[in-house]
Design a protein around this ligand. Structure first.
Ligand code: UTP
Length: 288
């Protein structure tokens, strides 16, 4: 089995659910307590053994590159002011992994974004992490996917259970369980009515994809929804009875791409943060 060392993080979407906050600022840079969302993601993949991270960026996303770059002026100031802890935190960011950046000229869909990085991946499986999906778990979510891939091979889709009445917001995957946390996927339905859904398991925006997924994505010329989507490549492969597995992820899914869940993520991590947890807890108690 080929070792997975690379991750693609597509961050070129428009973040329309967060307008006007995301008019001039990437939604991936919104802070959850004191770190931008994208730093949680990078820390997760690095803790999972990934050494190369490829961002697919677009217009207005330069702040992400700056965040993972060295910041001489800031570091000098922190040295002068003897702020050792902050200096360590800031320096650590740029040395987390080897970062590359490719541009998606137009936001034509997540599948199209991933294709922009295909030439940097080569003929090997790669981890894909969408820019708004934080998972707080004992074993990093990306590591859970890598372990599943090591065991079963093929592409692996990170899944989470959601209440039936929310299924119509997601891509829903169904198929027989071959282990308590593993599905052999047979069907996928994008945003189904609850009664038409093949299960209550939805993709959370974390995947291992094998080179054949790139090959299928390259062949899609007329996307059904107007956007080139990763889900369409999976749908095509399932129709040809190709093997794809689903891994039900252990942990708490914090989807920072929409307003309510973003606030939940902030409270979730705020209640764990040594500096603010007491103050936040007493504020919430008073408020409720
Ligand atoms: P989303 O649809 O969740 O993000 O895409 P979005 O498009 O930024 O947000 P909304 O729906 O308008 O509020 C999933 C992931 O794919 C990336 C996004 O940045 C996000 O990380 N993406 C999506 C691209 O990189 N390019 C695209 O064309 C579309």
């Amino acid at each position: 089995m080929q070792k997975i060392t690379k991750a693609i993080i597509p961050v070129a979407g428009l973040g329309t659910r967060f307008l006007p906050a995301t008019k001039a600022m990437p939604k991936e840079m919104l802070p959850v307590v004191d770190k931008p969302v994208v730093q949680y993601l990078v820390e997760e993949v690095v803790a999972s053994g990934i050494t190369e991270i490829i961002f697919v960026t677009g217009r207005g996303k330069r702040a992400i590159e700056d965040h993972f770059d060295v910041s001489y002026e800031l570091e000098d100031t922190l040295v002068e002011e003897n702020k050792k802890d902050l200096l360590k935190a800031v320096r650590n960011i740029s040395s987390l992994a080897k970062f590359s950046y490719v541009r998606q000229p137009l936001p034509l869909g997540d599948g199209h974004a991933i294709l922009q990085a295909a030439h940097l991946v080569g003929n090997e499986p790669v981890l894909i992490i969408f820019g708004d999906c934080i998972y707080d778990s004992h074993t990093p979510a990306s590591k859970q996917l890598i372990d599943a891939h090591d065991h079963y091979g093929h592409s692996i889709i990170g899944l989470s259970t959601v209440p039936r009445n929310q299924l119509s917001k997601f891509g829903v995957y169904g198929g027989p369980k071959i282990a308590p946390d593993i599905l052999r996927i047979e069907r996928v339905v994008e945003k189904p009515k609850p009664e038409k859904a093949p299960s209550n398991l939805v993709a959370v925006g974390k995947y291992i994809i094998t080179p054949d997924v790139f090959r299928v994505l390259f062949k899609i010329t007329k996307p059904r929804s107007g956007e080139f989507r990763l889900i369409d490549a999976f749908d095509h492969m399932l129709s040809r009875k190709e093997h794809i597995y689903g891994k039900i992820l252990e942990g708490t899914w914090l989807d920072t791409g929409d307003k309510l869940n973003f606030i939940k993520a902030t409270i979730h991590f705020g209640l764990k943060h040594p500096e603010i947890k007491r103050g936040l807890k007493s504020y919430l108690k008073k408020k409720l």
